[in-house]
Write a protein that binds this ligand. Structure first.
Ligand code: F6P
Length: 355
């Protein structure tokens, strides 16, 4: 058995732990492992496959990033290529990838990624490639699994940042608006905002009204609390509005914190600052929770390969790691249920969702 492993899309803390667990579990069975570099790059003419054995995965469980490299722009089904005149075209390179897979005598692929990479994995499986998926993303928005690894670390980093913002906001009697990642899911904002005692949390699942946000800040002011912390998910939207994009061509979200800060300053007269936590949330080593989840996912993925259960994805359905069809996981992306107890807890604690 020659097992290929790839990491695609944005990196997330815990990728290396999955790779280590998968490689050791495979070697334990007498299999050979090869890493595909930069997403699917090594199968599309971008460098060689990377032999993976115990030496290559030694001491990487606690390291952030991925030893294989990754890419968010490497979709073989829609490969973007620049024409000589500078314009772009999209090309389907699936057949090239399938040929390279066969030419390298690979028998199975473990694809570690979020909805984008898992979507590619599903299409490749439909074209005959034996693939097993492992859900990864700090956004926690993959369906059929209670958690993806990377999320807990990102929430921890964001909470830490919010904790630190409290003292400076209070000292200067300012409003600070902090933008966190999550794409169209509000899990990072909700969990870090709640844990970090934010006064306002804005998430994509609950469209906000800026008047309500300002009301909350004014109420605090009247109660003698001259500072406020607003945590906003990058995908949050005002009622009747649209998401804020920094790069519409690639649908890159961002910029909402700045817009909200400007409105708050205009409407309340309070000095307001904004910051974007950005890729800090994807960096650093995984928390213990994420390490364990990643190790369990990696080993479970190899068990699925051993049982030839292709087209499936490992998932956390506590207390067990189970397997679900990749198609099922992608059918319903996870979003914050607005009737969840976390939302109810935040409301009970006086947090405003701007609704
Ligand atoms: O999906 C993970 C994520 O970090 C999102 O939260 C964010 O919107 C996006 O990736 C950023 O992507 P990039 O690394 O391309 O800037």
């Amino acid at each position: 058995m020659r097992l290929a492993i790839s990491t695609g899309g944005g990196d997330a803390p815990g990728l290396n732990a999955v790779i280590r667990a998968a490689v050791l579990s495979a070697v334990h069975r007498g299999w050979e492992c090869l890493g595909i570099k930069r997403g699917f790059g090594s199968l599309l003419g971008e460098g060689e496959l990377m032999p993976l054995g115990p030496n290559e995965v030694r001491g990487i469980t606690h390291l952030g990033g991925t030893i294989l490299g990754t890419s968010s722009r490497g979709n073989p089904l829609k490969w973007r290529m620049q024409r000589p005149d500078g314009s772009w075209e999209e090309r389907d390179r699936t057949q090239e990838l399938l040929d390279a897979f066969r030419d390298n005598r690979l028998d199975a692929l473990i694809a570690i990624g979020g909805d984008g990479t898992l979507g590619i994995a599903l299409q490749l499986w439909k074209k005959g490639l034996p693939v097993v998926g492992v859900p990864k993303t700090i956004d926690n928005d993959v369906g059929a699994t209670v958690a993806t690894f990377g999320f807990d670390t990102a929430v921890s980093t964001a909470t830490d940042a919010i904790d630190k913002l409290h003292s400076t906001a209070e000292s200067h009697e300012r409003v600070i608006v902090v933008e966190v990642m999550g794409r169209n899911a509000g899990f990072i904002a909700l969990n870090s905002g709640l844990a970090g005692s934010a006064d306002v949390i804005l998430i994509p699942e609950i469209p906000f009204d800026i008047d309500k946000v300002c009301d909350k800040i004014r109420r605090r002011e009247a109660e003698g609390r001259h500072f406020s912390i607003v945590v906003v998910a990058e995908g949050a939207v005002a009622k009747g509005g649209t998401v804020s994009l920094v790069d519409p061509a690639h649908e890159r979200l961002g910029g909402i914190a700045d817009k909200i800060a400007h409105s708050i300053e205009q409407m309340t007269g309070k000095e307001t600052r904004s910051l974007v936590l950005g890729h800090l949330q994807r960096g650093g080593g995984p928390t213990t929770f994420d390490r364990l989840l990643a190790l369990r996912f990696g080993a479970a993925a190899v068990r699925l390969v051993a049982e030839q259960r292709f087209g499936m994805m490992v998932a956390l359905q506590p207390p067990r790691i189970v397997s679900v069809p990749i198609a099922e996981a992608l059918a319903t992306p996870r979003r914050v249920p607005v009737d969840s107890d976390s939302v109810a807890t935040a409301r009970d604690l006086g947090v405003s969702f701007g609704d």
